[in-house]
Design a binder for this molecule. Structure first.
Ligand code: NAP
Length: 330
């Protein structure tokens, strides 16, 4: 990190959802390479803290509250950036939500709306506001996910919204050429807050086997079970009797409803064994990569900085997968 270049000297970069995690890593990287960075997120306290951290590293930073779903806050983000710095060279659209862990057919309409809105629509609306201010030679980078290639069980709808960003990248690259390049980064697993339900618990497969006292995955599939646990509340889609029989970790069943043969239950974990779960889960995710490790925010920042920089001056409409070799074909 000490020997990075200065590819963004004199440039102005907006990174959404950037007070922690991958967004913060990207803002920090662009800033260290000389950009004035405009960071934002929903909470003022997070914005203040992140700006302070950037300034402590000698980075020129402006922090604003911007919930990407809030039209006024999006407009303010653009207007205040232009007011302070006079232009926009780089936009990194990084915000995403994953409000539910369930199968697509069980995903309720408000959840579908929220996923599309935050993960896809607001990126478009932000660019509509920003377009008049984008410089010749400017660059847009969407942060998608390797889940966009192979939407994972239980997170499939989230994955599908990330697939949509691949198409959006192609379409906008054509629409915004030749003045603005549009590219996309598809991260693999990065242990941030966003991914904590993946990186801090056992994998779905391991969890299922253990959970059901040795039933094989095939047997579980025959029972049409799908279980995904996040840190506190999980959704269970299966036969409640089997849950009662096999579960050590459920504190109580919050609610359940029967739909034909299938019972859907919301449960609260009793949080036992979290440490054990974390190391198992992490190991199983690491083993899914060719490089035997999870990604870092710096890995994602380096790829984003490349695409946003003049080093990628002849690259547009592309998605760069940064996932340690995890399979990535549509
Ligand atoms: N981590 C991974 O394994 C992984 C893998 C593939 C793709 N990704 C993608 O990478 C991106 C960033 O994820 P991350 O893991 O870095 O997340 P993270 O560590 O949880 O950080 C999320 C950031 O977004 C802000 N935020 C959340 N909702 C927002 C909203 N509606 N409007 C504006 N800001 C919002 C949060 O601050 P406030 O709470 O203050 O709003 C925070 O600064 C997402 O697009 C995600 O899909 C992540």
């Amino acid at each position: 990190m000490e020997k990075i270049g200065k590819r963004f000297e004199g440039k102005v970069a907006i990174v959404t959802a950037s007070t922690q995690g991958i967004g913060f890593g990207i803002a920090e990287r662009l800033g260290l390479e000389g950009a004035a960075v405009v960071i934002s997120s929903r909470r003022q306290s997070n914005v203040d803290e992140a700006v302070e951290k950037l300034k402590a590293r000698g980075i020129e930073a402006l922090g604003l509250v911007c919930h990407v779903s809030n039209a006024q806050q999006r407009k303010d983000l653009i207007a205040k950036t232009v007011q302070k710095y006079g232009k926009i060279d780089v936009i990194v659209s990084n915000a995403a939500a994953n409000p539910a862990v369930s199968g697509i057919l069980e995903t309720k309409e408000p959840v579908l709306d929220k996923l599309w809105e935050i993960n896809v629509k607001t990126s478009i609306l932000l660019l509509q506001d920003a377009a008049p201010h984008l410089q010749k030679g400017s660059s847009v980078v969407f942060i998608s996910s390797v889940a966009g290639y192979q939407p994972p069980q239980g997170l499939a709808m989230y994955g599908v919204t990330k697939t949509a960003l691949f198409g959006l990248t192609k379409a906008l690259a054509a629409e915004m050429a030749p003045n603005t390049r549009v590219n996309c980064v598809a991260p693999g697993f990065v242990p941030t807050n966003f991914a904590s339900f993946l990186t801090e618990n056992e994998s779905i497969g391991e969890y299922e086997s253990k959970y059901y006292r040795g039933l094989s995955l095939q047997e579980l599939n025959e029972f049409r079970f799908l279980f995904v646990l996040n840190r506190k509340v999980g959704l269970f889609n299966g036969n409640l009797n089997v849950i009662d029989d096999g579960v050590e970790r459920i504190k109580h069943v919050v609610q359940y409803e029967s739909k034909g043969e299938i019972t859907i239950a919301s449960i609260e974990s009793n949080g036992l064994d979290n440490k054990h779960d974390a190391s198992l889960k992490r190991k199983s995710l690491e083993e899914k990569t060719l490089l035997n490790r999870l990604g870092t925010t710096q890995d994602m920042a380096a790829a984003t900085a490349y695409l946003a920089s003049d080093d990628a001056a002849y690259v547009t409409g592309e998605t760069l997968v940064v996932a340690g070799g995890v399979s990535s074909r549509l």
